[in-house]
Design a protein around this ligand. Structure first.
Ligand code: FAD
Length: 603
């Protein structure tokens, strides 16, 4: 029998980004014992990398904004596949969550009269993103940590959860290992919140860092929870493309929000060429009007560079495919041109986009106040995730909750920029509150020691093999297959080919070999991550095959139109009795009449 430390908590929160921290704060505030676990150091989560801002209808910059407009924008952006109740709660509660963050010490940029400043972002009708320059996530995570740290939360850093444990139908605990020493840790808990973020590392070009291997999605799926909307992977239109070592690093949408324009190699502003019908009435049809919008002219319409991310990414791909791309297979993003419009443009850019200025100066030797950047799409965000109840955030497994990027529902087929940080605050809080309530109403479940032992042995198997594949090589090959076959533009034969590739990769995974010992062994860590990467990659591919239409982030070259008939559903991924992955269609719930009315009024 293996030996390991055992811990008992009422609520276990897996993931210490914005969603996990907010959930942990709320659960402690409800009087239960809480542990917060993270794969890397506390503070090193995607949330800290968030640049552009938090979307909330505070109406500080434009008083025409309110929760109804935010709700309608979010639903339109998600192509109406969103869980409308989540979109409603999110739009209504986001302003309070932002004000609460301010009360806890967050220092936002200010309007001239001292209120929280808000900026334009793609798909948002009015300036809506509360921000701190282009370092909003850093301020958000600092504030949540400072506030949370005094609440008595136990933090287990550099600890990776590899299995969830159940008592009958309900969740009862989790097994993890300490990355530094390689020791196992058993956590018994009455309720668990999954807040593990995204899946970006399933692709070769991504803005996501090494931790984002879809662990929470996969842990929940193997524990019997349903996944939803897995075909919708967001490819952000603007990632760095050069030099190769930094390919994929994000270039914030804030650049376009501040007036940045997209140009092809002929220096033509190509985004005016194709405006989707759904946005025609809201989009400028000339450059001057677009510029005025970015400068706060309330009568002007938004420039096409601020259309939704799915659309902008596809327009960029078209320019590159048709031979009008930049030298390194991207297009140009130019903010320096604003010197023809405003005095002291260089200082203005450095003040508004300090991280972007330093990022390009240090990594690409480009001065963005003088030259255009080269950019191209990068895998950025996962709309799909664990299916949860909109109000409580509980999954289909009793006691198992999810929030943030690991959960599905709010964003539908495409997320609007800024709607993630607000999602973390609104639904992190709800997940913490309802997990605490569940923990108070239920006793601790019983964990079968034999099951734990079996998971431990399974995790150690790669050390015991005398021959086998290198886990890093399997991960690279998986990323190549997903990038090439399940990327921005998809078609049936390539998706089917991806399924064959994934089958072969799964066979190789069952034989991966790790050398050395358990202390900080990144080969072993990668071998354990592979299980999750394979699960989410298969879920994405199966759902992409099933959705035979183009909608939001899912574009099928062989089915380029939206199918209002068969496409109006969510796709659910669930583990069948025989362990096979199943895809089910779930019809959309009828929307409440008052919400339908809001959408109709905002059209
Ligand atoms: P994360 O912040 O990703 O945190 C996940 C946590 O889970 C981490 O602590 C990680 O260590 C832990 N974890 C993962 N797996 C395990 C495991 N197996 N065991 C234990 N712990 C685990 N959104 C916006 O709204 N506005 C923006 O301006 C914006 N800018 C962005 C810029 C960049 C560069 C990126 C990458 C994203 C940006 N986003 C933005 C998206 C947004 O930042 C993320 O969607 C959001 O931060 C996700 O938060 P989260 O709490 O769900 O997860």
């Amino acid at each position: 029998m293996s030996s390991f430390d055992t811990y008992n908590y009422d609520v276990l929160v897996i993931g210490a980004g914005g969603a996990g921290l907010r959930a942990a704060i709320e659960a402690t505030a409800n009087g239960v014992s809480v542990a917060l676990i993270c794969k890397s150091l506390l503070g090193k989560a995607h949330t800290v990398m968030a640049e552009g801002g938090i979307a909330a209808a505070l109406s500080n910059v434009d008083e025409r904004d309110n929760w109804r407009v935010h709700f309608a924008d979010t639903m339109r952006g998600g192509q109406y596949l969103n869980d409308w109740r989540m979109a409603e709660l999110h739009a209504k509660e986001a302003p309070d969550r932002v004000r609460e963050l301010e009360a806890w010490g967050a220092l936002f940029d200010r309007t001239k009269d001292g209120r929280i400043l808000q900026r334009n972002f793609g798909g948002h009708k009015y300036p809506r993103l509360a921000h701190v320059g282009d370092r909003t996530g850093l301020e958000m995570i600092r504030t949540l940590q400072d506030h949370g740290i005094h609440q008595g939360i136990d933090v287990h850093m550099e600890c990776t959860i590899i299995n969830l444990l159940k008592d009958g139908e309900r969740v009862a605990g989790a097994l993890g290992y300490e990355r530094e020493k390689g020791q196992f840790k058993l956590f018994r808990a009455k309720a668990i919140v999954i807040a593990t973020g995204g899946i970006g590392r399933a692709y070769k070009i991504t803005s996501n860092s090494w931790e984002y291997t879809g662990d929470g999605h996969s842990l929940a799926y193997h524990a019997g929870a349903e996944l939803m909307d897995m075909e919708f992977v967001q490819f952000h239109p603007t990632g760095m493309v050069w030099p190769p070592s930094v390919r994929g690093i994000l270039v914030t949408e804030g650049v376009r929000g501040e007036g940045g324009i997209l140009l092809n190699r002929e220096h033509k502003r190509f985004m005016f060429n194709e405006i989707p019908e759904l946005y025609r009435l809201q989009t400028a049809d000339n450059e001057e009007e677009g510029w005025k919008y970015t400068q706060g002219d309330r009568l002007a319409k938004r420039p096409p560079e601020l259309l939704t991310r799915d659309h902008v990414a596809r327009c960029i791909v078209r320019e590159i495919k048709e031979g009008r791309g930049s030298p390194h297979n991207g297009v140009f993003l130019d903010i320096s041109w604003i010197k023809t419009k405003i005095p002291n443009a260089a200082e203005h850019i450095k003040k508004k986009l300090p991280s972007m200025y330093h990022q390009f100066k240090k990594l690409a030797d480009i001065d963005i106040t003088k030259e255009a950047m080269e950019v191209g799409p990068t895998t950025h965000y996962m709309m799909g995730g664990i299916r949860v109840n909109a109000d409580t955030q509980m999954s289909t497994v009793p006691g198992l909750f999810a929030a943030g990027e690991a959960a599905a529902g709010l964003h539908g087929a495409n997320r609007l920029g800024g709607n993630s940080l607000s999602d973390l605050l609104v639904f992190g809080k709800r997940a913490g509150e309802f997990a605490a309530r569940f923990a108070k109403e239920n006793s601790q479940g019983v964990i079968d020691d034999r099951k734990v032992e079996a998971f431990v042995q399974q995790a150690l198997e790669p050390f015991e093999r005398t021959a086998g594949d290198n886990p890093f090589q399997v991960q690279y090959d998986l990323q190549d297959a997903m990038q090439d076959l399940v990327g921005i533009v998809r078609k049936e034969d390539e998706l089917v080919k991806a399924m064959h590739e994934l089958k072969k990769l799964r066979e190789r995974f069952s034989k991966v070999r790790v050398i050395g010992n358990r202390e900080y062994n990144t080969g072993w860590h990668t071998a354990l991550d592979l299980q999750h990467l394979l699960t989410v990659s298969e879920a994405i591919t199966r759902a992409a095959i099933e959705r035979k239409e183009s909608r939001g982030a899912h574009f099928r070259e062989d089915h380029p139109q939206k199918d209002e008939h068969s496409g109006n559903c969510n796709l659910i991924i669930v583990k069948g009795e025989d362990g096979q992955m199943l895809v089910k269609r779930m019809p959309l719930r009828d929307m409440r009449p008052d919400l339908i009315q809001i959408i109709d009024e905002m059209k």
